[in-house]
Design a protein around this ligand. Structure first.
Ligand code: SF4
Length: 68
């Protein structure tokens, strides 16, 4: 397992922004699957929160950015 194949380098990782707009350090949302465990019918589903150094078998490298 390469330490480059961690969540913070994955195409499905998104910085976790709290409701007050602050970015949670060393944590992000995994967008690989739809939100899960909607506790009540009128509440939102939850995106899994992962640590930047976590990893899983669904790691996907982001597409290389194209030079303009
Ligand atoms: S849990 Fe897997 S799919 Fe989700 S961000 Fe981490 S490596 Fe990517």
């Amino acid at each position: 397992m390469s330490d480059k194949n961690v969540c913070r380098e994955c195409a499905f990782y998104e910085d976790h922004v709290a409701n007050d707009g602050s970015v949670t350090q060393n944590a992000g949302l995994c967008r690989f699957n739809p939100p899960v465990s909607q506790p009540e019918s009128n509440s939102r589903g939850l995106w899994p929160v992962v640590a930047a150094e976590d990893w899983c078998g669904h790691f996907h490298a982001p597409a290389a950015s194209k030079a303009a």
